[in-house]
Design a protein around this ligand. Sequence first.
Ligand code: FAD
Length: 587
Amino acid sequence: MKTLPAVDVVIAGGGWAGLLMAKELGSRTSLSVVVLERGGPRKTENYSTDMDELDYAIRMHMMQDLSRETVTFRHSSAQRALPLRQHGAFLPGSGVGGAGEHWNGVSPRMFPDGFELLSSSTQKYGAKRLPQDHALLDWGVKYDELEPYYTGAENLLGISGKAGNLRGQKIDGGNIFEGWRSSEFPLPPNKIPYFPQLVQQAARSLGYHPYPIPSATPTRAYVNPDGVARPACAYCGYCERFGCMIGAKAQPSNLLLPVIQRHKNVSIRTGASVRRIMPEAEHRKGKARGVIYVDARGQEFFQPADLVFLASWTFNNTRLLLLSGFGQPYDPKSGKGTLGRNLTHQVAIPAATLFMEKPMNLFMGAGASGIRVGDFDGDVFDHSDLPFLRGGALEAIITGHRPIANFGVVPQSVKADWGSEWKKAALYYFDRTAVIGFYGEHLAYKDNYADLDPVYKDSLGDPLLRLTLNWQENERRMADFATGKAVEIGRATGAKDITPFAGLRHYDATRYQSTHVQGGAIMGAAPEQSVVNSYLQHWQTTNLFVLGASAFPQNASANPTLTLLALVLRTADAVVDRYLKNPGPLA
Ligand SMILES: Cc1cc2nc3c(=O)[nH]c(=O)nc-3n(C[C@H](O)[C@H](O)[C@H](O)COP(=O)(O)OP(=O)(O)OC[C@H]3O[C@@H](n4cnc5c(N)ncnc54)[C@H](O)[C@@H]3O)c2cc1C
């Protein structure tokens, strides 16, 4: 193993979280910063001729190579886990920019009470009403403290949307259920395609409160506070699973790289897979000394550094800590240990599939162009007679229907699964079929966790991360309730036919849900319950920070990226303003 010259900061992972921290440290300090990214380099020009559905959206051009590294999965600790050899429920990204290059850009904030879920739910409903084996926790940071960082992240990305709660004043047309915000969105809402417009009208006719989805695709040309300019979105329909070919969608390569490249103190090394965090001493308590990584040719390097940031997304953040022995692995039987606990995945279902009379020009759209209905989200509706807690947002969004992924959905009234009758129906309904989806909260449970697999290893010989994950009654009942509401709204659109979601049952690792998998290295107010403090600083190893949604103790209905960026901005402030002057615990 070759030891490299020491740097001040090493960051493992070059996606949203890692590159944002690199940008902040690069522009605000003279520290030498090295980002180690396992995948290849990327820039906006790479996408300019690449609207290839087969390559990107079906063969997963931009995702992690599962032949080299995957996770194993099981529903309960009584089962033997098996490796996921094909992409399914989630799509981990790889390469500079990470999954942030091919994300949709749906950018809501989380509810204020979500940051204090254990206290607020216990106070409102009593401990007995919480699911028996829940593992709910407060985050250790409150919404009010995070609000300026949410605003900072929205301005950085240029989020398009409409405020529904401006400093406490409710505004019709925005999300009136959202937490207070100090300012209006930097840009007005995206155009709303035809299908979401129908759903919007239907929801309003039923007395509900639809609002335009906050989106990271700019409604008009936008220059952010760093001086980075992006053009308006063209609604081309190649957003989710694609890099934006005109550089409109906020993605790390067009938003963060231009600033990073201005600063000579930051460098990005691609093809660099981090395998271990190196401890100062055997007991892994004092400091981290740097990381060990392998380059694309298989050569191993030790990169010494004074500050270590993990930003390798939920799974690898947890896995690298487990592999390196930083923290006590969680044991669901005894409840001891914190590392690996509170694994959650947003409850994402196609609540109602609608078959419409008229063609809807579904090929036009953007990653987040559509509406959400907020009346059944979080705790904004009356749960006293309902058999579950919390909720989620109903959503009508048109990201751009494409011929391979979207062809072949027909109403249940079409009895044939193949042949000329099916073909005729599939062609007829191709542009007449769209979904009212539901994005719901996932509570944390004692038996949903991550640890190292005792059998399966990656291509370098390191144990894979093992996921033990299943839905409980709370999510099943919530999904059934949401399905009923989606069908009700669907009927009010005048849809010709509707297929309701069949029900959650067991967690399905083969159905794409979202890449909003969270937990494993959670934040909290005390080291007995969490891995990092609210500044994402490791409780025991104070020069080690773990950035990303691995820190989220529960899964909100809101998509995670805006929140994780807000938390990174808060951590950057704490590091620059306090830690560098006086290294040690920040909380
Ligand atoms: C198709 C899709 C659509 C999405 N849409 C939305 C959305 O609309 N809204 C939303 O909020 N979120 C969305 N997401 C999720 C969003 O992309 C993630 O929340 C976000 O990218 C997480 O940022 P991150 O920096 O933690 O991880 P990533 O962006 O995934 O970056 C992690 C980086 O670490 C690298 N890495 C991993 N392991 C190692 C290692 N051992 N050594 C070195 N490097 C390593 C990876 O290659 C990757 O580049 C979507 C995701 C996908 C896949």
